[in-house]
Design a binder for this molecule. Structure first.
Ligand code: HSE
Length: 440
């Protein structure tokens, strides 16, 4: 058997701990699968964040991750510290410049700097692998980079954040308000103490940026992503969706259009009978629409020590076997500049919920504002919430009722203009709710 592949690990938190455990448990069989032993030789971890579940006492401790990245003994630098810049970026760049292969699960880093880091990796003839960065244990990076390479991909989308999917699932099952489920999730350790990245849609957007580059051969462009989180979803929306045959999921969607690529993250109505509607709780899923293969969907756990370590180890094994590909599946010099399709040109159906004062002419005025923008309404109902109209759901100023509409195919610009006019007319007592419907 060949010499061992020497690994240096920076970050021994949940995922790093999972990796230490996996390597310790599976040593011999991994060596057989990789064709050579995989030897963790040195680690870098913050003393106050020592992981009680991972025994790192037998490894050389290198305090500074940048020093570890350049350590002459190591072949592969595994970065599991996280963070879009700072020490993570510094150490990954140092490793690539020193001719070390890099494996990372850091989606924020790659979403912001993926193109420049991929260019640096190729210049130095080393791998920059990141299977664990997108949807944790779901092996989607390699699927797009390798298995689907013969296809032109028209759309890639998915449920990419377990925290949001858990919250939406609980809201639906328990009829609870967003804030109450979030508190519960934090108490149980599902949601971070600062959940902004998850619930605001930013974590989903980081992963989407990587999927977009892989699927469309474009340079990463995080700043082009339209992002909405799930904070505004109410039990009234979940009930209305249910009555209309939909579920609400936070989706990340990248779509090729005639005017460019749409990258968007927002709460989305998906038909109840679609496979994605069945993906509940902390599970993630990624769907890819290819021209020759058709529609492919992968479902699994998108976070956690075990699933993400599974992805990280597969990247290390590829390196051990000498399997080194351009990070985004296309050589950096051939990655196309990202061409953004404007969100206002987005076409689709829309769910609209208005809290409308119950008075003569209100309905007619709303209908005429929609017609003025050429929006055709598929259905309109006055919706009585099963939980009642009181509560965090709405404020009260006179008698009001939820009016729920589903539109036929229209544009984002038309819907925004119509809703602004409806608000100006003063028939609604709060900001209209608007949720996009994804064609599946
Ligand atoms: N916090 C993420 C989630 C996992 O809830 O899915 C890491 O990206």
């Amino acid at each position: 058997m060949k010499n061992g592949l020497k690994v240096g690990l920076a970050g021994v938190g949940t995922v790093g701990g999972g990796l230490v455990k996996l390597l310790a448990t599976r040593g011999d069989s991994l060596a057989a699968r990789a064709g050579r032993p995989i030897e963790l030789v040195a680690v870098s971890t913050l003393a106050h964040r020592k992981n009680p579940d991972a025994d790192i006492s037998s490894f050389r401790l290198v305090k500074n991750p940048v020093a570890l990245a350049q350590d002459p003994e190591i072949d592969v630098f595994v970065e599991l510290m996280g963070g879009e810049g700072g020490i993570a970026k510094e150490s990954v760049e140092a490793a690539l410049r020193a001719g070390k292969h890099v494996v990372t699960a850091n989606k924020a880093l790659l979403a912001h700097h993926g193109y420049s880091l991929a260019t640096l990796a190729e210049k130095n003839g080393v791998a920059l692998n990141f299977e664990g960065a997108v949807a944790g244990g779901i092996p989607v990076v390699k699927v797009i980079r390798e298995s689907l390479k013969g296809n032109d991909i028209s759309r890639v989308y998915g449920i990419l954040n377990g925290t949001c999917n858990y919250i939406l699932t609980q809201m639906e099952r328990e009829g609870m308000a967003f804030a109450d489920v979030l508190k519960e999730a934090q108490k149980q350790g599902y949601a971070e103490a600062d959940p902004t990245f998850d619930i605001g849609g930013f974590d989903t957007a980081h992963k989407l940026a990587l999927l977009t580059s892989l699927a469309f051969g474009t340079r990463t462009s995080f700043d082009s992503i339209y992002i909405e989180g799930i904070e505004s979803i109410t039990p009234a929306d979940i009930e209305a969706a249910d009555d209309l045959g939909y579920r609400i999921k936070l989706l990340g969607v990248a779509l090729r259009t005639e005017s460019g690529i749409e990258q968007r993250v927002h709460p989305t109505m998906v038909p109840k009978q679609s496979a994605i509607a069945e993906v509940d709780g902390v599970s993630n899923c990624v769907a890819i629409d290819g021209d020759f293969v058709g529609d492919v969907m992968l479902i699994g756990l998108g976070a956690g020590g075990g699933p993400t370590a599974s992805a990280v180890v597969s990247d290390i094994i590829d390196i051990a076997r000498g399997h080194v590909l351009p990070p985004f599946g296309t050589r950096s010099k051939d990655l196309k500049p990202y061409k953004k399709a404007q969100m206002r040109a987005h076409e689709g159906g829309y769910y609209i919920r208005l809290s409308v004062y119950d008075r003569t002419g209100a309905f007619a005025a709303i209908a005429s504002r929609m017609a003025a923008q050429g929006i055709s309404i598929e259905s309109i109902v006055q919706h009585r919430s099963r939980a009642g109209l009181a509560g965090s759901d709405r404020t009260h100023k006179g008698s009001a009722a939820h009016v729920v509409m589903i539109t036929h195919q229209t544009t984002e610009a038309a819907v925004r203009k119509a809703l602004a006019a409806i608000e100006r007319d003063g028939h609604v007592d709060s900001k209209p709710q608007m949720i996009r419907i994804e064609k599946l």
